[in-house]
Write a protein that binds this ligand. Structure first.
Ligand SMILES: Cc1cn([C@H]2C[C@H](O)[C@@H](COP(=O)(O)OP(=O)(O)O[C@H]3O[C@H](C)C(=O)[C@H](O)[C@H]3O)O2)c(=O)[nH]c1=O
Length: 180
């Protein structure tokens, strides 16, 4: 397993060790020991999975403390552009984002600790997105940032987006106080 840091402190890219043979491939998608050694020591308590058609944009979401979630995300079918926005008030990269392409082909995983708003846009039909969370779902603590917040200046690509009604009315970052 190869772990790479990003320009935003805390965000990590995980490249699993893949064993290919004439049957196909095998890799460990999570191993508490190797992830702990890499500095990802949080306990995971819930796994999520969603399937979306091309152009679906989910996010940008977070849960406020004490239900803040770290997320270990990956794509098992299709491809997404994944985005994490730093909303830690005292962070030197507050309001900045990191984007990464995750796909069933590149098998990359992306570690997003608590303190980030997270979202993705699917780049292929029938994309299956799966992720481990360090805290349970708590609807009352959900928050978010509107996907096209001009201050974030996120390049989601040149495809038509499908966004839920709930996500279309999320606030801009400047219009709320981050709980982190
Ligand atoms: C997140 C979640 C949702 N739900 C229920 C609530 C709704 O009735 C239904 C769909 O939820 P939602 O529209 O919030 O799903 P997404 O838009 O994919 O939300 C996720 O999108 C971005 C990318 C994230 O990072 C978060 O994990 C999460 O907010 O599933 C649950 O029962 N448990 C859960 O953990």
């Amino acid at each position: 397993m190869n772990i790479t840091k990003t320009p935003i402190e805390g965000l990590l890219i995980i490249e699993p060790r893949i064993f290919n043979d004439n049957r196909g491939y095998f890799f460990e998608s999570y191993n508490k020991s190797t992830f702990n050694e890499a500095g990802i020591t949080d306990e995971f308590v819930q796994d999520n999975q969603s399937k979306s058609q091309k152009g679906t944009l989910r996010g940008l979401h977070f849960q406020a403390p004490p239900f803040a979630q770290g997320k270990l995300v990956r794509v098992i079918q299709g491809k997404v552009l994944d985005i994490a926005v730093d909303i830690r008030k005292n962070s030197p990269t507050f309001g900045q984002h990191y984007s990464i392409e995750l796909s069933a082909e590149n098998q990359l995983q992306f570690w997003i600790p608590a303190g980030f708003a997270h979202g993705f846009i699917t780049l292929e039909d029938d994309t299956i997105f799966t992720y481990k969370c360090t805290n349970f779902y708590n609807k009352a603590s959900e928050g978010g940032i509107i996907w096209n917040d001009p201050d974030l200046n996120i390049d989601w690509g040149k495809i038509d987006v499908l966004v839920s009604d709930k996500d279309q009315i999320l606030p801009q970052l400047k219009d709320f106080t981050s709980p982190f």
